[in-house]
Design a protein. Structure first.
Length: 290
């Protein structure tokens, strides 16, 4: 058997693949928002290294210690409210706009499947609309707004826990209730974390839609994820098994990235604008991949 070929880091070759792809998906994790100041979960300084975050992020944990879970989510809400979309978010937002994408990957569709709950990918749309008023109406269209699937919801979706109610509202209040004011410092200052039993977790959203998109995808772009949390961790592998291409953009090596077609190690906010055609590709490279 011939030796396994390592993934390519040739940006021009990736741009050529992108241009010829028709059904493109991106799977994003916490690394996409790291440059915006949002703590990752598993990287250096990540929340799961500092806290029993799995135990804090389940309905069972909330039932056991609602006050502590509210503090944890208040801390995360405050971090997200203070953050701004970075260049990686903005590049993906621009690529989501059909009139801009047509110049880079003609005749293609694109969906972002994000595991992030910080809302920055959606806020990036508004930034693009402000910076590029000529596409503002397109940005606010249903087609563009629905091209993001936030499979774990958002920190700002406040849901009634009563099974007989089900009320949900989008709430950006800071704090969401007066009693939480100032409690974010408990987590910010690395105070000891109590052990909270880990139980089940809520089912991710949009799974049927995502499965259909994965089945049809001929290019999967993986951004800022360790590829260890399922089902999202399996999407790139499924695309690869269907003879699609996989490109990984990560700060560090991750699970399964040796099987990808392209691997770009470094900050996503630097690599994505170049990869998606919005920064730094020379006329010579564009001519070569056109």
């Amino acid at each position: 058997m011939p030796p396994e070929q390592p993934p390519s880091d040739d940006m021009a070759s990736f741009v050529s693949t992108l241009r010829s792809s028709k059904n493109i998906i991106a799977v994003a994790g916490a690394g996409l928002s790291a440059a915006s100041g949002i703590p990752t979960f598993r990287g250096a300084g990540g929340l799961w290294r500092r806290y029993d975050a799995i135990g804090l992020a389940t309905p069972e944990a909330f039932q056991k210690n609602p006050s502590r879970v509210w503090q944890f989510y208040h801390y995360r809400r405050e971090k997200a409210l203070a953050a701004q979309p970075n260049a990686g978010h903005l590049a993906i937002a621009k690529f989501s706009i059909p009139s801009l994408r047509e110049k880079i990957a003609p005749g293609s569709s694109f969906t972002l499947i994000t595991q992030n709950v910080d809302g920055l990918s959606r806020r990036a749309f508004e930034r693009v609309a402000q910076d590029m008023p000529e596409v503002a109406d397109e940005v606010r269209s249903d087609a563009v707004q629905e091209s993001i699937l936030e499979m774990h919801g958002r920190l700002f979706d406040v849901v009634c826990t009563s099974s007989s109610c089900g009320h949900t509202e989008l709430n950006f209040d800071s704090p969401v209730c007066p009693a939480l004011a100032g409690t974010e410092t408990v987590f910010a200052h690395d105070e000891p974390e109590p052990v909270i039993a880990v139980g089940g977790s809520e089912r991710p959203q949009y799974l049927d839609e995502i499965d259909k998109m994965v089945d049809e995808a001929d290019l999967c772009i993986v951004v800022g994820t360790s590829s260890t949390v399922y089902p999202a961790a399996g999407y790139a592998f499924e695309v690869k098994m269907q003879r699609g291409k996989v490109a990984v953009f990560n700060m560090d090596r991750s699970e399964g990235d040796r099987e990808s077609d392209f691997l770009f190690i470094g900050p996503a906010e630097e690599a994505l604008p170049r990869a998606l055609g919005f920064e730094g590709i020379s006329d010579m490279e564009v001519g070569r991949v056109a």
